[in-house]
Design a binder for this molecule. Structure first.
Ligand code: IDP
Ligand code: MG
Length: 203
């Protein structure tokens, strides 16, 4: 029997063994997780209850440059949970509220024009210390000064066209999430990989 035929004949059994192994392992993992969650629920410390939420806006230039996937991938690879996500068209009214600290600045009309050029994608991200983590990943306001490795540092050349908005404090994050999402657009789920992302005493 040639070696290819031998391998071919053994293949189904090998695949069955692998799948059996994976299913068993997955089953054990899920039972452990369910047990862990039910114990935590009884203690009143459901995993994830000490996590923060923060708001990110993928700006029109990011949409137009086809960078949506790259930016979202960064947050997902970091381990941040997407609790809400949608595309929406902003207008001057909401921007006057959102950028209230900038309405008197000479560049404000340009900022409105830029932020209304196309729809944006608003994202609510969840994780431990999510606000500070996402701000650090975002980098300095002016993309030219933003450190390499940050989103603005890696994808931008501009102060205005700086890829994303990110909430700058937990208090502002709460206000901003309410500004852009209805409560029923925020979803409370936990990923299977939660116990691979955090140690038990961090949850
Ligand atoms: P941040 O986005 O890093 O929190 P903010 O000071 O809150 O920075 O400014 C909000 C947005 O306004 C910035 O992301 C940027 O798009 C724009 N912006 C801020 N400063 C300038 C400026 O000096 N020139 C042009 N646009 C600016
Ligand atoms: Mg800001």
């Amino acid at each position: 029997m040639c070696i290819n035929t031998a391998l071919y004949r053994r293949m189904p059994r090998t695949l069955t063994c692998i799948s059996h192994y994976l299913n068993t392992d997955f089953f054990v993992f899920c039972s452990k997780m369910a047990n862990f969650e039910s114990k935590s629920k009884k203690k009143g410390t459901f995993p994830g209850s000490n996590m923060e939420q923060t708001l990110v806006i993928l700006k029109p230039s990011t949409i137009r440059r086809f960078l949506v996937g790259d930016v979202l991938t960064r947050f997902q690879h970091k381990g941040l949970i997407i609790s809400g996500i949608k595309m929406m068209q902003l207008d001057e009214t909401i921007l006057r509220e959102h950028y209230a600290h900038l309405v008197d600045r000479p560049f404000f009309p340009d900022l409105v024009e830029s932020m209304t050029a196309t729809p944006v994608i608003v994202v609510c991200l969840k994780g431990k210390d999510a606000v500070a983590v996402v701000r650090a990943m975002t980098g300095s306001t002016n993309s030219r000064n933003a450190a390499p490795g940050t989103i603005r540092g890696d994808f931008g050349m501009s102060g205005q066209e700086n890829i994303v908005h990110a909430s700058d404090s937990p208090e502002n994050a709460a206000v901003e999430i309410k500004r852009f999402f209805h409560p029923d657009e925020i979803f409370d789920y936990l990923p299977c990989a939660l116990r691979l992302l955090y140690a038990p005493d961090e949850l």
